[in-house]
Design a protein around this ligand. Structure first.
Ligand SMILES: [Zn+2]
Length: 286
């Protein structure tokens, strides 16, 4: 497939010094918890920094493709639970008035029990209230070889009321739905998005086309040859990421029909499993 020139440029990796006191819990596919204050009190700031350096030195990377070494993938939940933290934002509102971050957390938690061999998922839920500005750097410090961030989609404000009023068989409900993937630059990010797109389509999940609509707020640039991968030049996480990065919109919660689906644990599991398969396919490419 022809790769657009804008996606050919690769970012040079660089890892900054540890400045956050967040560490992965023991074992694989674990939630990350804040470094307890009482522990910090005992080891002091230098102990914490030393731990961070040791952790980075032993962190696996994508280059561990040969052998059983684990490859570490950071899975962020989009937005924050708190509205008062730095950059606090609960995301979109669903048709029933539920906050987006709750849907995002329900999907990311399914990565904790992933059985993908050789892949360690580090799950960062919205309840950690991580500022958007520091997420890319945090992924670096956690030794991630790639990152994904999970979101749920929304529609333009004038469409919200139309969707809420739409009768059950309205074509609107079949149009404003489905998943989409968002990338910026880097052949690796594009290949990761492609692998996830293929796995989600293979799982029978519908992909959205409404971001292509020529209306204000949409008219996004579809990556040629793909069905639901968009090039997004202005998303901070993608701009700052130093490893392959993809933002995944799982479905459109402004659509009452799709919101219902996304509230179904079996449907969410289908989504999470498909994303995990896509990541595994990307990491096992020759
Ligand atoms: Zn979102």
């Amino acid at each position: 497939m022809h790769l657009p020139p804008s996606l050919r440029a690769r970012r040079s990796p660089s890892i900054g010094p540890p400045s956050s006191l967040i560490v992965p819990a023991k074992g694989t596919n674990q939630m990350v918890e804040r470094f307890p204050a009482r522990v910090l009190g005992r080891v002091g700031i230098w102990g914490a920094l030393l731990f961070g350096v040791f952790f980075l030195a032993t962190a696996p990377t994508c280059s561990d493709a040969e052998g059983p070494a684990s490859r570490r993938v950071v899975v962020f939940s989009g937005h924050t639970e708190s509205l008062t933290c730095l950059g606090g934002n609960r995301g979109a509102k669903s048709a029933s008035g539920r906050d987006e971050y709750r849907f995002n957390d329900e999907v990311v938690r399914l990565f904790e029990t992933s059985k993908s061999p050789g892949i360690e998922f580090i799950v960062l839920p919205a309840s950690l209230n991580l500022p958007l500005e520091s997420r890319a750097e945090l992924a670096d410090r956690l030794g991630a070889c790639l990152l994904v961030e999970i979101h749920q989609d929304n529609v333009q404000p004038e469409k919200v009321a139309q969707l809420l009023k739409a009768p059950e068989k309205s074509p609107l409900l079949d149009f404003y739905r489905g998943f989409s993937l968002h990338v910026l630059g880097g052949e690796d990010s594009f290949e990761l998005a492609q692998a996830i797109e293929s796995a989600m389509i293979a799982a029978g999940l519908p992909y959205s086309t409404f971001h292509r609509e020529e209306i204000p707020g949409e008219a996004m640039k579809l990556v040629p040859g793909t069905r639901a991968i968009y090039e997004r030049p202005n998303l901070m996480l993608l701009k700052r990421a130093r490893v392959p990065a993809v933002i995944i919109e799982c479905g459109c919660i402004a659509n009452p029909k799709e919101e219902q689906l996304l509230q179904d644990p079996a449907y969410r599991q289908r989504i999470a499993t498909a994303i995990q398969r896509g990541i595994a396919a990307y990491l096992s490419r020759p």
